[in-house]
Write a new protein. Sequence first.
Length: 191
Amino acid sequence: MPEPRNSSDSGNESDDAPTLPADEPEHDKHGLDLAKSLAGRLKGAGPVQPVRRTRRRRTTSDGFQVSGARPDDRDPQKLTATLGRLMRDQGWEVDVAVHGVMARWPSIVGPEMAEHCKPESYEDTQLTVRTSSTAWATQLKMLAPDLIRRLNAELGEGTVTHVNVQGPHAPSWRKGPRTVRGGRGPRDTYG
């Protein structure tokens, strides 16, 4: 039963606080006594085992999983991880790597050769390179084994097995006002 208040003590905060029974000691403000008593109890109890929580997935009445606070496969994924998984699933890894090498072509073959030799296509471990002149085509044919070694060092062994070197495109006589529809004509162009 609470004790009646004295009207002379009306502005004091200590009167609002509950009073301790006479047989209990006053609480230590720093908690040192509490910490000592807890440490004494824990010494005799032995090592504390960590609590392992099992991860449960919540499901709705329809059987669908409900997203929780922890990340899972249904959460939004980073674009690089998603594209990497897509390339791996579709088997595009080699093609993407080869096209990356084609983009870095000047750094692989050198700026002078890159000016005159351009990669055109890659199919079945065969790289097709178009040159600006027949002289560059001849030089690239001689350097093809070294080029294959460089490309395989960049892409992985066995990615490129053959370099198909093609010279410049020949002029076409199929366009213009004096073409023959049925073929090459009488073949007297050069006399």
